[in-house]
Design a protein around this ligand. Structure first.
Ligand SMILES: [Zn+2]
Length: 601
């Protein structure tokens, strides 16, 4: 109505005068009134760029409304509502997407990835997910066919928790696959298995031979079986890794971001970055090719107040500096190790089963802790004083309790830490005490659905079922009021469903809802989430973790137009179909960055 009035007034002033103008004006207004009554779909609003109708728009607003449609204009959401309400936003140039009840969700936020590292890795080697020693042997045989005799073969990173056999391969098994090339299996836990030629190349075949910086475990006959440590020596014997130009890395990164878009990802947290790596994203943006928003997390190893200050100065960035596309997020330290490697900091001794599995020695061992509580406290206090949010890599329950103890101590002198959304990264084994402290200290969590999916069966066997029931703890976190971002920790590979680790948010949602492992087992029924809460773990809650909840994470007028259209109604489809859900279209800032109908197979 406002448009019509303005229009007639303007014409009236310009072209008419006195009585004649009045008569014509009345006639014109009458015509307009007739016209409105006849069609009733005339735009009452400035026309939107995109209008989606007849969908199930999961708004995640305060009332949890699911509505028919959403209208996007100038990179923002301008309206959500019924199909009739959406018609009022349709103009001659508006693209109208008519659905048949499929879900429309807020764009997915991948709250933990290492995209630049993935791009570099993809240039070095094609990643293959390997699930048994037989598959590993086949992969090695294929490589040996193509590589000149004598050239090293390095098995892509696949943790022993994910191998069917749940153990390291033996040198004989690697020999069975290949004797013409030296072969290295590296579990990243600083433990290495080689075939006979590999051990020979490292000069470790003789029973009394030693390795600098490491230890060779041997069988009764003195044959080398596994190396613990010695990474530098091993690397020095292997060919130097190829280097790639910045242009190559940037182009591979652009491709990777497209893969993210394919599965509905519209924002990422780059979880261990630096200003140099963020420059790749800036370059893509300047070429109009940045297709996800990026929040950087800056990892450092400082342990004192002075060292933190020095590091922060070296960044040359202010807290949260940036804009809607690229911005500075939290700082990050690493407090313990990982569940794949036998370095996670636990509240109980590892005991004989875990010791044997991880090839450790001391059954009283409880895992690593790289920071004392006093060191953490100093880091947290200084970071908070300087205005930075903190995030902490900590996987074990004991490690988490010590981190929270340090946060509580830091809060005594820096009470604002409670509003800084301190983030635990991983924290796989929540307890009632941990959850309560997180809530009291305003702490959020970033954790990995695919690890439960792939690793929980092994953990149940090695750690016992009570640990498997706590593992990931989604229900515990959510019932305890702790915002949790579910994510990939994507490190290697370009396949959304078969990478280290899978980055398909629909698989994450499925895992959160069903709590089924890859073998179909469920540990801890009480950890299952409702579908809406599962969707929140990849939208609303990660938006909260990066202080973006006013801009992202739900479909509400005024927010940025990051939208995912699915191929089905994810709220009502059978539970076992959630993981098969495909993305039809991904929109970032109102612009389509992935369209399944035009995508190449
Ligand atoms: Zn990570």
């Amino acid at each position: 109505m406002r448009i019509l009035k303005t229009h007639s007034n303007r014409r009236g002033h310009k072209s008419f005068s006195n009585k004649a103008s009045l008569i014509v004006l009345v006639a014109l207004l009458g015509l307009f009134a007739l016209d409105r009554a006849a069609t009733a779909i005339e735009p009452a609003n400035p026309p939107a760029d995109v209008v989606i109708i007849n969908g199930k728009v999961v708004t995640l607003d305060a009332q949890n409304r699911v509505l028919d449609g959403v209208a996007l204009k100038d990179g923002r959401i301008v309206a959500v509502g019924s199909a009739n309400e959406m018609q009022t936003w349709v103009g001659p140039k508006t693209e109208v997407i008519k659905l048949k009840g499929q879900s429309v969700l807020p764009g997915f936020i991948e709250s933990h990835c290492h995209a630049v590292g993935v791009a570099r890795g993809a240039l070095e080697q094609t990643y293959v997910e390997i699930s048994s020693i037989a598959e590993m042997q086949n992969w090695i045989r294929e490589q040996a066919k193509d590589l000149p005799v004598g050239r090293w073969i390095e098995v892509p990173r696949n943790e022993i928790t994910r191998l069917k056999e749940r153990r390291f391969p033996t040198p004989s098994e690697l020999d069975a696959a290949c004797t013409s090339h030296p072969v290295l299996y590296n579990s990243v836990s600083n433990k290495y298995v080689l075939n006979a030629l590999g051990f020979e190349r490292l000069g470790l075949s003789k029973p009394d031979s030693k390795i600098d910086g490491g230890e060779v475990l041997r069988d009764e006959s003195g044959k080398p079986m596994l190396i613990r440590g010695g990474a530098t020596t091993i690397r020095s014997q292997m060919p130097t890794r190829p280097t790639f130009s910045n242009d190559e890395v940037r182009e591979t990164l652009a491709k990777l971001l497209r893969r993210y878009n394919e599965v509905g990802i519209t924002s990422i947290f780059e979880r261990a970055t630096d200003p140099q790596s963020l420059a790749f994203f800036r370059e893509l943006r300047s070429r109009d090719r940045l297709t996800t928003r990026v929040t950087g997390t800056f990892r450092f190893g400082a342990k004192t107040a002075d060292a933190v200050e020095k590091y922060v100065n070296s960044l040359g960035l202010k807290p949260e500096e940036g804009d809607d596309w690229i911005k500075a997020g939290p700082l990050k330290i690493t407090v313990d190790g990982g569940i794949h490697w036998g370095t996670t900091r636990l509240s109980e001794p590892y005991g004989p089963k875990r010791i044997a599995f991880y090839r450790l020695t001391d059954p009283e061992y409880r895992g690593e802790q790289y920071y004392s509580v006093a060191e953490m406290q100093a880091v947290f206090e200084t970071a908070t004083k300087l205005g930075w949010q903190m995030s902490v890599h900590v996987t074990g329950d004991e490690g988490t309790l010590r981190v929270l103890e340090a946060v509580a101590k830091a809060a005594e002198s820096q009470p604002s830490i409670r509003s800084r959304r301190f983030t635990l990264i991983h924290s796989y084994f929540p307890s009632p005490e941990i959850v309560k402290q997180c809530r009291d200290l305003g702490v959020g969590v970033d954790t990995q659905g695919y690890l439960y999916f792939k690793d929980a069966d092994t953990l149940a066997e090695i750690y016992g079922p009570q640990w498997a029931e706590r593992f990931l703890g989604l229900g515990d976190w959510v019932r305890g009021g702790v915002p949790v971002g579910l994510n990939a920790d994507h490190m290697i590979g370009l396949d959304p469903n078969h990478s280290m680790n899978s980055f398909n948010p629909l698989l994450m949602i499925s895992i959160a809802v069903t709590r089924k492992t890859i073998n179909g087992h469920v540990y801890g029924e009480h950890q299952k989430l409702s579908r809406l809460d599962a969707i929140r773990t990849v939208t609303q809650w990660p938006a909260w973790l990066s202080f973006d909840e006013k801009k992202l994470g739900s479909l509400e007028p005024g927010k940025l137009a990051d939208v995912v259209i699915l191929d089905r109604d994810i709220l009502s489809c059978p539970e076992n179909e959630i993981a098969q859900t495909k993305v039809r279209r991904t929109i970032v800032g109102g612009k389509t960055v992935f369209d399944a109908t035009s995508a190449q197979p």
